[in-house]
Design a protein around this ligand. Sequence first.
Ligand SMILES: C[S@@+](CC[C@H](N)C(=O)[O-])C[C@H]1O[C@@H](n2cnc3c(N)ncnc32)[C@H](O)[C@@H]1O
Ligand SMILES: [Zn+2]
Length: 373
Amino acid sequence: MFTELTEGTTRIIVPQQHLTKSMFYNPKMELCRDIDIAAVAAFVSSLPNRSHVTYADALAGTGVRGIRVANEVGLQVTINDRSTPAYELINRNIRLNEIEERASACNENANVLLVQTKYDLVDIDPFGSPVPFLDAACKSVKKMLLITATDTAPLCGAHTGGVRNYGAKPLNTEYHAEMGTRILLGAVTRELCKYDRAIEPLLSYASAHFIRVIARVERGAKKADDSMKRLGFIAHCFSCGHRFSFSCEDMLDLNVENACELCGKKMRIAGPLYISAIKEKAFCERVHEELGKRALGKKKEAMKIVHTCIHELDIPFFYEHHALCKALKIPPPPISSLLDALHSNGFSASRTSFSDTAVKTDARIDEIKAILK
Ligand SMILES: C[S@@+](CC[C@H](N)C(=O)[O-])C[C@H]1O[C@@H](n2cnc3c(N)ncnc32)[C@H](O)[C@@H]1O
Ligand SMILES: [Zn+2]
């Protein structure tokens, strides 16, 4: 039993039971795919000869991502899934959209495909962790990586898998979604470095059940060395909520003050993770423009996320407004008035795409609390 649906301007045939069990197709990811289409379009608009740009949808399910990229952006796509029923569905969806000239289906293990062939853009959208595919993706990619992670529990510090899977220690703080995103970006930085390549994050965000990172890839040992300098650590005090990030030229010579400067309790350390900017403002502005001019099912939500990213401070953590007010035993004022008050006290402050109820600021927690009071 199959159903036909439309995403963007693309038609997709989906097995009916997959609409609820999300095997080859997850309807909840339409928002992510809408943002991808705008991001890929924004990225290739600056490249010469975009009809020759190659894109690999390595874990494709129904093929919806790759088919949309071929149909709505016009790239040459390879759409791969190792499952034979998925492969047959991809072929059907290619024919349905009449994009046989630009799209080819492939029935391979993603790692084999990516080790054998280089692509300008590589998209990894697995169930769970992207870690098993990172090495091959980093070997294959020439210009841009798009990676999803749905294993948010180990990435965000809810259980121990962070160290095992990502070689980094997460902490389960109020900003765990951002911490997970930065741990994933840190892992990708190290994978790319092995091949003298460097990551430049363009747009990164998280929603309830997934993390998505979109990044430009640059070549060269010097650029790779520089990208390693963008890794660092976050120190967090679970007693008073004080937090700060620091970089570390030599990761193997980690020397940190253990006592919290505000309350004297022991600080906990998360990392290594990516502590520089996880978005490029000018790129996000172009994505926002692309979203505005396209027919998309999740246009409004997509524009809201990207708009927030454009204005978000490049600080690697945030403060939950309600948690701050609860600690002070005061009713929470509107977030906008906290932002105004921080600005008028000379601090930088912004919202964050990771939480509707949080602020980013360069004020310390004691300074934020004093302002709230
Ligand atoms: C989350 S689904 C893909 C969803 C799709 N990208 C979308 O946006 O709707 C993951 C897919 O990866 C496929 N898969 C899992 N392991 C694979 C491997 N090693 N090589 C190729 N495909 C694989 C599964 O068959 C499944 O269809
Ligand atoms: Zn403290």
